[in-house]
Design a protein around this ligand. Structure first.
Ligand code: SF4
Ligand code: FES
Length: 248
């Protein structure tokens, strides 16, 4: 395949970026999207040009690092896959592909396609933990009965990999889907109820402090989420938040 790539290039956080055109031959359908970028970078290095910086780690849909906007969609045209799991067979010979970083005030561009998503880390730090008594009489987690439905919903919420596609997909750059997944995975379990009130208040406060926008129920986040995180988590977080506010 021959592809025409339009890629966002930006020297550093303070520079003005721009789209740059590249032509790339020899792209195979079995390549992943990141392997296609590897081929481009090999070519650029051989031509003594600066390679395109992009974020990646696991390359198997686990770490959430490979956050790219591909033809206007976070993680590209496929559903329930990350950029590293997207295959080039989704494109055809002669296609033009526009590749940009995730855009949000709370995700500033560091270089080219890499953004700083430490705002997500700070939301996690604000409440993504439980206090466990480790003084010798800790109850084995498996000794506490949990309804299957709650265990399953908690597990599904915990599948969030913190990629940021929900933010990038949202016209308000809202982080409600991410934050609600992080609140829900604890709120549904007895072990997470101990700090439930402060957790939801602190995580939502941090989310607002980071500059994420409000949720206006467009549902774009759920559509683009590679892990199928449900909007039900947002409804649950809103209920948790209301209850916690009344207690406060
Ligand atoms: S909710 Fe989905 S899109 Fe948002 S950070 Fe988690 S995995 Fe990524
Ligand atoms: S590189 Fe880890 S999810 Fe894509």
């Amino acid at each position: 395949m021959k592809l025409y790539l339009k890629i966002w290039r930006q020297k550093d956080a303070d520079s003005k970026g721009q789209m740059v055109d590249y032509e790339l031959n020899g792209v195979e359908g079995d390549m992943s999207f990141l392997e296609m970028l590897d081929v481009l970078n090999e070519k650029l290095i051989n031509e003594d040009k600066e390679p395109v910086e992009f974020d990646h780690d696991c390359r198997e849909g686990i770490c959430g690092a490979c956050s790219l906007m591909i033809n206007g969609e976070p993680h590209g045209p496929d559903r329930l896959v990350t950029t590293c799991q997207l295959h080039m067979r989704k494109f055809k010979d002669g296609d033009t592909i526009v590749i940009e970083p995730f855009r949000a005030t709370a995700f500033p561009v560091i270089k080219d396609l890499i953004v700083d998503r430490s705002s997500f880390d700070r939301i996690q730090q604000a409440g993504g933990y439980i206090s466990v008594n480790t003084s010798g009489n800790t109850v084995d987690a498996n000794a506490i009965p949990i309804e299957k439905e709650n265990a399953d919903d908690s597990f599904y919420a915990a599948a969030c990999i913190g990629c940021g596609a929900c933010v990038a997909a949202c016209k308000n750059a809202s982080a409600m889907l991410f934050t609600s997944a992080k609140v829900s995975q604890f709120a549904l379990l007895p072990q997470g109820r101990v700090e439930a009130t402060e957790r939801v208040l602190n995580m939502v406060r941090q989310m607002d402090l980071e500059g994420f926008g409000n949720c206006t129920n467009t549902g774009a986040c759920e559509v683009e989420c590679p892990k199928g995180i449900s909007l039900e988590n947002i409804a649950r977080m809103n209920r948790e938040y209301l209850q916690a506010s009344m207690k406060g």
